[in-house]
Design a protein. Structure first.
Length: 178
């Protein structure tokens, strides 16, 4: 009887350990704040540490490129983009706008990549996939660079992404650039 209760207790412990593991995402909300079924939600700033490259975190870029509207609130936008070249899996290319938006293209090992935007609040929502996406590696910064990308909004405004070397929305140099 004692052996049976110890086995049951050990089994329960294993179940609890598996259910409460490091990467367990249960219980998280999936807020959708954008039109046209694009994947947009309020940014959970803790998840930005998942995107690191060459010793730099995307969180640093977001913190140093504040929204000029003054609102610290951002929405996360995610959309597939097709490029004329292959982007290696997990390669990260980062760009910013003078408005304070931060965007990155994350490779999938094909010519289809994922554009992830941490967008400042606007009256409109993203109205399609980013256009004219141009990526490169030449940069003074720790991330590979997104030379350009244009994201249209439903209110007619346009987010013009550029390389980090051009400075923050406040006109300062990013700390992760030499």
């Amino acid at each position: 009887m004692k052996l049976a209760s110890q086995l049951i207790l050990a089994s329960l412990m294993l179940v609890l350990l598996a259910a409460c593991g490091k990467d367990n995402k249960s219980g998280q909300s999936n807020r959708n704040n954008c039109a046209n079924n694009y994947n947009c939600s309020n940014v959970d700033m803790l998840n930005t540490d998942d995107y690191q490259y060459n010793g730099a975190s995307i969180r640093t870029v977001i913190e140093q490129n504040p929204c000029i509207s003054g609102s610290p609130s951002r929405m996360q936008y995610q959309q597939s983009v097709t490029l004329p070249y292959i982007v290696q899996s997990r390669d990260i290319f980062v760009g910013v706008t003078s408005y304070g938006d931060v965007g990155m293209v994350v490779g999938r090992g094909s010519n289809t990549a994922t554009f992830i935007g941490y967008l400042c609040q606007r009256s409109g929502s993203p109205a399609g996939a980013p256009q004219n996406v141009s990526l490169g590696v030449a940069t003074r910064c720790r991330f590979k660079t997104m030379y350009a990308a244009n994201l249209q909004f439903s209110d007619g405004s346009l987010a013009l992404f550029r390389y980090l070397d051009g400075g923050t929305s406040r006109g300062n140099q990013f700390s992760l650039c030499n």
